[in-house]
Structure formats: structure tokens, C-alpha cells
Design a protein around this ligand. Structure first.
Ligand SMILES: Nc1ncnc2c1ncn2[C@@H]1O[C@H](COP(=O)(O)OP(=O)(O)OP(=O)(O)O)[C@@H](O)[C@H]1O
Ligand SMILES: [Mg+2]
Length: 457
């Protein structure tokens, strides 16, 4: 019998190579070649040449895509307004974050009108039933299977035609046409491709759970993310109760939306008012804390930005950013030193966005700068003050988008003062005070002065 040699497959592009290289010879990505058992192609199988059909664009008729409600408003929003018929949705997340719980909870609502097949390669039918009963979602239309063979699953789906299929997880599913182990790049790629074909030909929505690797990306080839219609990441700190569902790719909607959930004994509950949740437990009269209004998609969310500035005993002081871009923190520190004269040499700096939220937009710059100023000078920022604005390298505060929504959210949550970029005043309706005292600042020094003045009042 021929020796089973291994090959090296690139996790980025799927290219195969007979020996290991630091750099993929095909796509040039570094450190992406992984050893795997080669694909044992079933002997005598040659691809039949199919008929090639094409049509004039005007001759193609279509109906509006059918969308199902999952019964979970936050998930529907992240999906772009509901689950599209015939779509393949990939859900990735850390172990134990709640992927299976979320998908099982969908069954409770969708199972009222639709048949659902939940296939688990990780848990027994008994285990899934126990969880379904704990979550209160067990219903007559929900069918459970503990199986990990790709071909058997597809055959069963084609024969029984459930109206929604959940595969938990793709790393446990194997195709019998391949000899490599479950979870290998080739298996994951081929099985995802097969499920995609199943979703499209049977016109049923399919959810696939995927594990993430140690860097937080979907485990498996990048190609898998290209194949599927929607990629969702379930994030959050496992120690904290809340979770964020984020769309990374969506062929049927925007990728800017997030869904916020809270995990408790009864499973995941939607958080309709994330701002309130993000600010709960905030301490009064502590320096280094300020509140920013950030946009997550079309949604304004208030978040607390904290900065701790302490004397350093290291020759190269520490800079730590949690939930905020590390390089941007360096930039803000440099602007503060150069344009406002504060010195951060000899001090360790820790910046944290409370609640496990990650803020990528520049509108948080001013809040980070303000928290750093407050932490360094030990000056408490008034509790009822909210800030937002982008900080430029000249120390100027630049305007940001969706000013009105941000200001309104602050007012709604009881904030009485708001520092915004001076240029953003034009975005506000004249004569409307929004129920909040709005202060325009054009420079960092101006913003700090305005805050100090407010303090004295
Ligand atoms: N009996 C229980 N009571 C309350 N909460 C529970 C209970 N069992 C599990 N949980 C919660 O559910 C979480 C696990 O959820 P779930 O199994 O859906 O995660 P997962 O992302 O599917 O994990 P995995 O990657 O292992 O499949 C646990 O971290 C815990 O917080
Ligand atoms: Mg699971």
C-alpha cells in the first residue's frame, strides 16, 4: 500500500505544497501552511462536464428574497432584516461563548411554523434535548441528530426537506470522499462547499457553527468565509454576562450592525438598551473616566472610557489598550504631549473601554484624550458629561458623522452636558437644544478648558 504522505495546505488560499515554507508560494501569506493528509480522491471519479447555460439579464425573473424572522430581534437586525431563504450563515466564536445556545433559541420561535433540523457533531441528542428544555425551546417541529457525516446529512435534508438546518460545528463534520481528519482545512472547505450547494439547491437557510483559532479568526481556510453568504462573530468576555454579535460579511445586508445579548440561566436575552447596560456600575467621582457616544451601525451606544495613569518603574513605560486601537492610543498620547504640553514620560498608561466593547471609530479619540488628561491630572470629569470627536495631529477636534443621533442618545440617558466638535454644530437643527447643554470645542486645550469650567460651576 502506498505510504500516506502529508501535504501542506495554506489556510488563506487553500494552495497545496509538498514541503513546509514560511511563506505560501501561491498567495505570499506568512505562517499559513498547515500539515494535512492529502485528499484521497475516490478512484475512477472524473468530473462530468455539465451543460453551460446563460441568459440575457432582462430575461431573468426573480421574486423578492424571502426572509424569516428568527424571533430574536437583535439577530434579525445583524442578518440585515431576517434570515434569507437559501442562505448559508457561519457563526464563529470562542468556546463556550453561547453559539449553540443562540441557535437553539432560534428554534423556539421558528419551530412554531417551520421544521428545523439541528445536527450536532459535538453533543448527543440527549444533551441537546436537555439544553433545549432548559431554554424552554423544545417543540414538535424541532428534529435533533447527532451525526458527523457530510453526505448523510445532505441526503437526509434532501429527502426530508426541513425548512431550516443547523450544523454544530463544521470542524466535527467529515466528508467520506476525503481521507483527512475532521477539522482539517480540506475537510472544512469541502464540507462548507457541499452545505452551500445544499442551501442553494434546496432553498433552505443553513446555519453553520465554526470554532475560532487562537487569534480569534474562524478556524479553517479563509476560503470558507468567501464561500458563505454571511459571517457572524459572537464576541464578549466570558466572565461578563453580555455578548456582542457582529456581522463580518453579509451578502444580504450591512456589516455595521451589532446585536447585544445578555447570558443568564435562561439563555441569551436581547439587550434593547445597550447604553444603559454599558454604563451600569459606573463609579462617581473617579478620575480617568469619561463617556463617549459611539455608533455601531445605525445605533448610538454610550460607553465608558477609562484611563489609568500611574507612575512607572519600567525604563519603557507600559501602554495598554483594551477595546481601543493600540496605535491610535500612541497617536493621542503624542498629540497630548506636543499640543497640550502634558507629559506622559515615566508613567504607565492603561486605557479600557468598559463592557468588552471594541470601538474602532475615530469619534472616540476625544473621550480617550479626555480620560488620559483626567487620569494624569487626577481631575474628575463631571459625571453628567458626554464627549465625542476625532482628534487630529494638530490637536484640533474634527467633526464626525451622525452628530444628532449621538447627542439625542446622551440626552435620553440623562446626560446634561456634551462636548462635541465645533464644526459639527452645522449638523444640529437650529433652535433645538435637544435637552442637553452642547459645548463646541475646536482644540483639545479648548475642550479641557470647557470641562474644567463646568467643574467649577
Ligand atoms: N445549566 C446552565 N445554566 C446556566 N448557564 C449555562 C448552563 N449550561 C451552560 N450555560 C451557559 O452557556 C454557555 C455555553 O453555551 P454554549 O454551549 O451555547 O456555547 P458554545 O459557544 O456552543 O460552546 P462550544 O464551543 O463548546 O460548543 C456557558 O458558558 C454558560 O455560560
Ligand atoms: Mg456548542
Amino acid at each position: 500500500m502506498a505510504k500516506n504522505k502529508t501535504v501542506f495546505v495554506c489556510s488563506e488560499c487553500g494552495a497545496q505544497s509538498s514541503k513546509w515554507n514560511g511563506k505560501c508560494p501561491s498567495c505570499g501569506a506568512w505562517n499559513t501552511l498547515e500539515e494535512t493528509v492529502p485528499v484521497a480522491v475516490v478512484s475512477g471519479r472524473s468530473a462530468p462536464i455539465g451543460e453551460f447555460k446563460y441568459s440575457r439579464i432582462s430575461e431573468i425573473s426573480y421574486e423578492d428574497e424571502t426572509r424569516y424572522s428568527t424571533g430574536i430581534g437583535e439577530l434579525d437586525r445583524v442578518l440585515g432584516g431576517g434570515l434569507v431563504k437559501g442562505s448559508l450563515v457561519l457563526i464563529g466564536g470562542d468556546p463556550g461563548i453561547g453559539k449553540s445556545t443562540l441557535l437553539l433559541q432560534i428554534c423556539g420561535f421558528m419551530g412554531k411554523d417551520h421544521t428545523i433540523l439541528y445536527v450536532s457533531g459535538e453533543e448527543s441528542e440527549r444533551q441537546i434535548k436537555m439544553r433545549a428544555e432548559r431554554l424552554g425551546v423544545a417543540c414538535e417541529n424541532l428534529f435533533l441528530a447527532s451525526n458527523n457525516n457530510c453526505e448523510s446529512i445532505i441526503k437526509a435534508v434532501c429527502e426530508n426537506k426541513p425548512e431550516c438546518v443547523i450544523i454544530d460545528s463544521i470542524q466535527t463534520i467529515t466528508s467520506s470522499a476525503l481521507s483527512s481528519a475532521a477539522g482539517s482545512i480540506v475537510q472544512v472547505r469541502e464540507c462548507t462547499g457541499a452545505f452551500m450547494h445544499m442551501a442553494k439547491s434546496e432553498e433552505i437557510p443553513v446555519f453553520i457553527v465554526s470554532h475560532v483559532n487562537k487569534d480569534g479568526g474562524i478556524a479553517g481556510p479563509k476560503i470558507m468565509e468567501h464561500i458563505v453568504d454571511t459571517v457572524l462573530y459572537f464576541e464578549g468576555d466570558k466572565q461578563l454576562a453580555f455578548r456582542i454579535l457582529r456581522a463580518i460579511k453579509n451578502r444580504f445586508g450591512s456589516t455595521n450592525e451589532i446585536g447585544v445579548f445578555k447570558m443568564d440561566d435562561d439563555g441569551l436575552t436581547e439587550v434593547e438598551n445597550p447604553s444603559e447596560m454599558m454604563l451600569s456600575g459606573r463609579l462617581a467621582n473617579v478620575s480617568g473616566s469619561t463617556v463617549v457616544c459611539t455608533m455601531e451601525g445605525t445605533r448610538p451606544i454610550l460607553a465608558e472610557v477609562q484611563a489609568l495613569v500611574t507612575k512607572s518603574s519600567l525604563s519603557a513605560p507600559r501602554r495598554v489598550a483594551n477595546g481601543f486601537d493600540y496605535n491610535r492610543l500612541y497617536m493621542i498620547l503624542a498629540v497630548l504631549e506636543k499640543r497640550t504640553g502634558f507629559s506622559f514620560g515615566g508613567v504607565d498608561v492603561y486605557v479600557n473601554i468598559v463592557g468588552g466593547l471594541r470601538i474602532d471609530e475615530p469619534a472616540a479619540d476625544l473621550a480617550v484624550a479626555m480620560a488620559l488628561y483626567s487620569g494624569l491630572c487626577d481631575k474628575v470629569i463631571p459625571e453628567n458629561l458626554m464627549v465625542f470627536g476625532e482628534v487630529g495631529l494638530g490637536g484640533e477636534i474634527r467633526s464626525v458623522s451622525r452628530v444628532r443621533e449621538r447627542v439625542k442618545e446622551g440626552a435620553r440617558l440623562g446626560f446634561t452636558k456634551c462636548v462635541i466638535p465645533k464644526n459639527s454644530f452645522s449638523a444640529l437643527s437650529k433652535g433645538d437644544n435637544y435637552g442637553i447643554d452642547i459645548i463646541g470645542a475646536s482644540t483639545l486645550s479648548g475642550a479641557f478648558k470647557a470641562v474644567a469650567k463646568g467643574e467649577n460651576k
